[in-house]
Every structure is written in C-alpha cells, then in structure tokens.
Design a protein around this ligand. Structure first.
Ligand SMILES: *Cc1c(COP(=O)(O)O)cnc(C)c1O
Length: 432
C-alpha cells in the first residue's frame, strides 16, 4: 500500500526511485534511513548535492536560527542581509584567496538555470550562436542546456531539434594517444571545416553523468589557450565537480586556468537546498538590467546555509586535506574491487569523484541493485549506465567509507562471476 501511492499518483518519469525503491524518512551525515528504520550508506548523496552530508549540524543550526527569527525567505532579486553575507563570505573565503574576481549572477535555483544563463550571456557577448560541448557532456535538461547533452536518450526527449551545439571529442575519447584538441584547433582554423566559430565552449573537468571521464590538467590548459586565441568564452560547468569534490573548491584549480564563466549549483547551498550561481568575469558582465530573470533567484534560506557551509568547511584546509587523503584510499579500494569483476573493469576519476567502469551497463546495474539490498546506495552513470559512480559526502567518516566499500565487495561476491548475473528487464532507459 505505502508504495502504491507513488505508482498511482506520481508520473512515470521517476528515475532514482526505481533504482532505490525504499521510502526514505531520515538522514544524517552519510547515512539515510527508510521509514522502517533500515539504514543505508549513501554513496549517491543527492547526485553530488550533499558534499557535507545530510543535515550537517552546524549548517542546519544556522538555518533553524534564521527561520525561527522571522527573517526573509523569498526575495526575488531584492537586496537582503542573507545575500549580502553570502556574497561577502564567498568573496572572502573562496574567491580572494584564489586570486579570482567574478561577479555572481543568481539564477533560478537549479543547475540547468545557471547553464541557460551562461549560454545566453556568451551568445550576447560574442554575437554568435553556436556552442561547443563535448561527447558525454551533461549540463541539465531544459532546452538550451539539453542541446549540449551528449546522451541521445536525453536529447531525444526534447521533442524538438536540439540546435546550435556542436559536439567535439572530450579528452581521451579516442584513447590516450589521440590529442582531441589538435583536431578541434584544426577545425577552428580551417574555413572549409564547416565548423562555425562558437560563442562558447562548455566543459566539465570531470564528466559526472557521462561516466566519470577526467580531463587532464594539460588538456584543460590547452583548451583555455584555444579559447583565448579564438575569442571563445570558456564556460566550466562545475555544478557536480565543484564545491570541494576534487579536494579544491573549484575542480579546475589544479589546472591553473581561470574560466570566463563558471556555473555552480548542487552542493553550493551546503545542505541540499536549491541554489545556483553563474560566476562571470566582471568585464564580461554585459547583461542589461532585468534581461534574464526568474522568480526564485532569492532563496534566502539557501544563502544562509551556503554561507554556513563555507564558514565551516573552507576557512581552513582541513576538509581539503581530508579529501585528498580519502581519495587515494578510495582509488586503491576501487582498483582492488575492479579486479574481482570478470572482464575489463577500471577505476577512473579523481578526488572523491570516482567511478568503476564495468564491462556493460547490465553488470553495473546488477551490482548497484545487489548493493542496495545490502544497504548501500551507489548509482550508475555513463551513456550505457556502465560506470558505478562514487559520490559519498566528502566528510564521511573513514569507518563508514570502508563499510560502504565492504558492502560493495560483498555484493559482487554474492553475484559471482560473469555469466551468472541474473537476466533482468534492464533497459538503457531505466538506468539513465
Ligand atoms: C546536475 C548537473 C546539471 C544540472 O543541474 P540540475 O539542478 O539538475 O538542473 C548541470 N551540469 C552538471 C555538470 C550537472 O552535474
């Protein structure tokens, strides 16, 4: 009965709930509990929206104080104390120490809103319409952002043609030996190539939905150089890989590049409240007042929690160092788990954004399903759903990290070797 409600009254469009069919009630840190009190270790963490875990005590405390005191919650884009404090903290603890100067555009609260705004702005700056996105890229599902999604499953759902985007091969798309950027450069140079000079290039430094593919620092530097040479706006979509996931606040810091535009969302608010920003180099902020708007650009509770998260986790480098330590541990454990699965299995990713590429989507799907039976929430990604993706909260205690990985190992043992995976009604559409 209790699950029939969702079947009867909620649209078939549901996705995560099909893979993790429990009714969740409570959550703290890296654990969630269903309504019967069963505990799960959360390696999904809101698809990377909960880098500091569920219900972080410090962040939540600030939110409760704010709410109890009749402070303003909804404010369109009016000035508020909460927004001022967020802007101040973000500049003092994130931008200035990194020698970065950006203005913040607050957009509608989801990541795709930030991407739409970034595309519009790049088109306005350059007067060009085309955008270059990369194979297996993912930037959201509203029409503009959707056009830049590599996965045809998403693009087809648009129902209209998804225009004005050209796809280029991401780093490593043709294997390690082939430099995909020299190909792009040749196409840009050659008036006969058929490629229109784009307004912008949008890139994820580590592709989240696309299967945890990593762009090397060197490749990112060449991309940055290419954009400068041709007057193309470089947009780094740091919605999933940012906010500490790689150990630095921004995922591109290790490459030493300074993108023209950055999109942030997911973990920005620190406890899963919706909030997005576009960071714009001041000289590129050519918006006319009101030219891009949205009712929900002033989610003050999210400004409060975003500030609290930054105060609590980014005033020193403790979190950063912990992420670097945990990521090498995670890498070596994923490598050893990979060796247990028959066929070609590989660890990939960097920081605490890692994946385990399985020989097929079906195998990854069975592992994820078996792991869920034993109390671990671990999703799949990639065009065929073939990559198990590890996005546990960054501050997960070591014991829980190990316990989750132990569950994964146990689940793989339960399934046995290749060939004995149960056949299922698995379809690509189910797992994306
Ligand atoms: C999740 C995500 C988006 C879209 O964010 P929504 O809040 O789902 O609209 C865009 N880009 C990247 C890299 C993402 O991971």
């Amino acid at each position: 009965m209790e699950k029939m409600i969702f079947e009867n009254y909620e649209s078939k469009v549901q996705s995560y709930s099909r893979k993790f069919p429990a009714v969740f009630a409570k959550a703290i840190g890296a654990t969630v509990f269903d309504e019967k009190g069963r505990r799960y270790i959360d390696f999904l963490a809101g698809a990377g929206s909960l880098n500091y875990g569920h219900n972080d005590r410090y962040i939540k405390g600030k939110l409760i104080d704010y709410l109890l005191d009749d402070n303003i919650c909804h404010s369109l884009d009016l000035h508020t104390v909460a927004k001022r404090e967020f802007l101040d903290t973000f500049n003092t603890l994130i931008l200035k120490p990194r020698n970065l100067a950006y203005v913040c555009q607050f957009t509608g609260p989801t990541g795709t809103n930030a991407v739409e705004a970034a595309f519009k702005l790049a088109r306005k700056i350059t007067g060009r319409s085309n955008i270059i996105s990369f194979t297996n890229g993912f930037h959201g599902v509203t029409l503009g952002a959707l056009s830049a999604a590599g996965n045809s499953f998403y693009r087809k759902a648009a129902g209209v043609s998804a225009n004005n985007v050209t796809f280029m091969p991401f780093d490593g798309y043709f294997g390690k030996e082939i430099d995909t950027l020299s190909m792009l450069e040749k196409l840009l140079q050659d008036k006969g190539s058929g490629l229109d000079l784009p307004a912008a290039i949008i890139v994820e430094t580590i592709q989240g939905e696309g299967g945890v593919n990593v762009a090397s620092d060197k490749w990112l530097r060449s991309l940055d150089q290419l954009c400068k040479t041709y007057g193309i706006v470089l947009i780094v979509d740091d919605i999933q890989a940012g906010c500490g996931r790689t150990g630095n606040f921004f995922s591109f810091e290790s490459a030493g590049i300074i993108p023209d535009i950055i999109t942030l969302s997911k973990s920005l608010s620190g406890m899963g409240l919706p909030m997005s920003v576009v960071l714009i180099k001041p000289e590129l902020d050519v918006w006319a007042p009101g030219e891009h708007n949205g009712t929900f650009r002033g989610n003050n509770p999210a400004f409060v929690t975003a500030k609290a998260a930054i105060d609590h986790y980014w005033a020193d480098d403790n979190l950063s160092r912990a992420v670097h330590q945990k990521s090498s541990l995670l890498k070596s454990r994923i490598e050893s788990i990979a060796s247990k699965i028959d066929g070609d299995c590989k660890q990939r990713g960097r920081g605490m954004m890692q994946g385990l590429a399985c020989p097929s989507g079906e195998i990854a799907h069975h592992i994820s399903r078996e792991a869920f039976k034993h109390g671990l929430i671990l999703e799949t990604s990639g065009a065929r759903g073939q990559v198990l993706k590890f996005l546990m909260p960054l501050n997960i205690p070591l014991e829980l990290l190990h316990e989750g990985l132990d569950i994964l190992e146990y689940s793989i043992d339960q399934l046995g070797g290749e060939g004995v995976y149960p056949t299922s009604t698995y379809q690509d559409a189910d797992i994306n």
